[in-house]
Design a binder for this molecule. Structure first.
Ligand code: ZN
Length: 150
């Protein structure tokens, strides 16, 4: 009997870090610096708040490449979600966020460097166990947990 092809691993909960980013901080850079400094190699991340501008990416599944875009205005961060795993031997933050403008219109995407915090509150849930490692998955061309699943 063969089930679905997937990668999975089980963790125990570690400490939860509550972190507030200063105005003007770059969200991705600040989160990466925090997990690197604290040697967090497996975690789940949630955040909310507001940004002065958003720098996001969309992955084109036909062309297998990212399309970058900038929303150069003040936005609410409705929901930021992400994880920490290991890429090239170092902690790597992968995060997406949904943002909304002054009329409640929502946008979102993969968070790139260039998202400038106005006020951001973050929860980082450390995960204790065999850390997930990102390797190239041939089908998607992305660095994903467990690499190629065939
Ligand atoms: Zn992504």
């Amino acid at each position: 009997m063969s089930g679905p092809r997937l990668w999975s691993r089980t963790f125990e909960p570690g400490p939860i870090h509550l972190v507030r980013l200063a105005t003007g901080e770059d969200i991705l850079d600040a989160l990466t610096a925090y997990v690197t400094e604290h040697d967090i190699r497996a975690a789940w991340i949630d955040y909310l708040g507001a940004v002065r501008k958003a720098s996001l990416r969309y992955f084109d599944q036909d062309r297998l490449e990212y399309c970058d875009f900038m929303i150069g205005r003040h936005l609410e961060v409705l929901a930021g979600v992400g994880n920490v795993s290991v890429l090239d031997g170092k902690p790597f933050v992968h995060t997406h966020m949904a943002v909304a403008d002054d009329r409640g219109r929502a946008f979102g995407g993969h968070v790139n460097s260039g998202c400038e915090a106005w006020a951001i509150e973050v929860s980082i849930q450390e995960l204790k166990g065999d850390v997930p490692v990102r390797e190239i998955d041939e089908r998607t061309g992305l660095g994903l947990w467990g690499g190629d699943l065939g």
